[in-house]
Write a protein that binds this ligand. Structure first.
Ligand SMILES: NC(=O)C1=CN([C@@H]2O[C@H](COP(=O)(O)OP(=O)(O)OC[C@H]3O[C@@H](n4cnc5c(N)ncnc54)[C@H](OP(=O)(O)O)[C@@H]3O)[C@@H](O)[C@H]2O)C=CC1
Ligand SMILES: O=C(O)[C@@H]1CCC=N1
Length: 271
């Protein structure tokens, strides 16, 4: 595989940087000795070093110098200043990956020397357990090999597709933010179970496994979710009563509005 022997660096080891490091090291596509990470926050670095044995530093430039592929995992609002501080260390053979919500490839390329290879990715937090949904958009100087490396990295922590850049805001609203739309669903379903007498722990396990099972069934049978819903819904039975309550509460519009609002915020961050 073209990733063989390559070193991967992470600038920013907060929630998403750490999730990716954990997922990638667990997948074994790069040994922990080939992973470099920097952050201003020492505690997260210490945790990654002690638990996984990755190389850590508070110096972003050291990560750039030691890595072939560098993942930019800082907040969108500070990406520009981080780029200007590492620009001189980015030699032509290095590949920069930005996971920052909203920030356009062109804005990143304009901060760096002409010709720098840049790829934009929107992953999600489920990279921690190798179940991320990621989308990848290639910058104007990135090569086909770069794109393949990036897809291989993100496929090692879940599924990854290529999209044209103009769809990255939609991806951000749907799958980037999406785990945070589903966690309250799990919690609320468990609340319903507790209301009906289940203990909290059992209710949470049943709710989470139900969401996991429904998603897995859809992906593995490649069947439309409406058809799968109909398989559960006996005429005059229990499920249709629950469906009626959800529809009356406007569940579909609520989820659509959540995805659209998050996508709009991603567009705002890119301005
Ligand atoms: N969280 C998620 O689910 C997802 C996030 N993303 C994107 O990932 C990026 C990171 O998000 P997230 O992990 O949630 O954010 P976090 O705030 O958790 O992580 C960012 C980390 O970068 C550190 N940092 C701040 N300034 C610097 C600097 N100059 N050099 C190096 N590190 C620095 C922060 O330290 P300190 O806290 O001390 O400032 C923090 O530890 C964002 O661009 C976001 O849009 C994309 C997909 C999903
Ligand atoms: O909330 C955010 O801005 C980031 C981007 C996608 C998920 N979390």
């Amino acid at each position: 595989m073209s990733l063989a022997g390559k070193k991967i660096g992470f600038i920013g080891t907060g929630k998403m940087g750490s999730a990716l490091i954990k997922g990638i090291s667990g997948a074994g596509i790069v040994p922990c000795s080939g992973i470099y990470a920097s952050d201003v926050f020492e505690a997260s670095l210490r945790e990654l070093r002690d638990s996984l044995g990755v190389n850590v530093t508070q110096d972003n430039r050291e990560v750039v110098n030691k890595s072939d592929i560098i993942v930019l995992a800082v907040k969108p609002q500070i990406l520009k200043s981080v780029l200007s501080s590492i620009k001189d260390d980015i030699t032509g053979d290095k590949l920069m990956i930005s996971i920052a919500a909203g920030v356009k490839l062109e804005a990143i390329e304009n901060e760096l020397s002409e010709g720098t290879h840049v790829v934009r990715v929107m992953p999600n937090i489920a990279a921690t357990v190798a179940e991320a949904a990621s989308a990848v958009a290639q910058g104007k100087y990135a090569s086909a090999e770069d794109a393949e490396d990036v897809l291989n990295i993100f496929r090692s922590v879940g599924s990854a597709i290529s999209v044209p850049e103009n769809l990255m805001d939609a991806v951000t609203g749907l799958s980037g933010s999406g785990p945070a739309f589903i966690f309250p669903v799990i919690e609320a379903m468990a609340d319903g179970g507790v209301y009906e007498g289940l203990d909290r722990n059992s209710a949470l396990i049943l709710a989470a496994q139900t969401v996991l099972g429904a998603a897995k069934m859809m992906l593995e049978t490649n069947t439309h979710p409406g058809q799968l819903k109909d398989m559960v819904t006996s005429p005059g039975g229990t499920t249709i009563r629950g469906i009626y309550e959800l529809e009356e509460s406007g569940i579909r519009a609520a989820f659509m509005k959540a995805v659209i609002a998050s996508s709009n915020r991603s567009k705002e961050l890119g301005k």
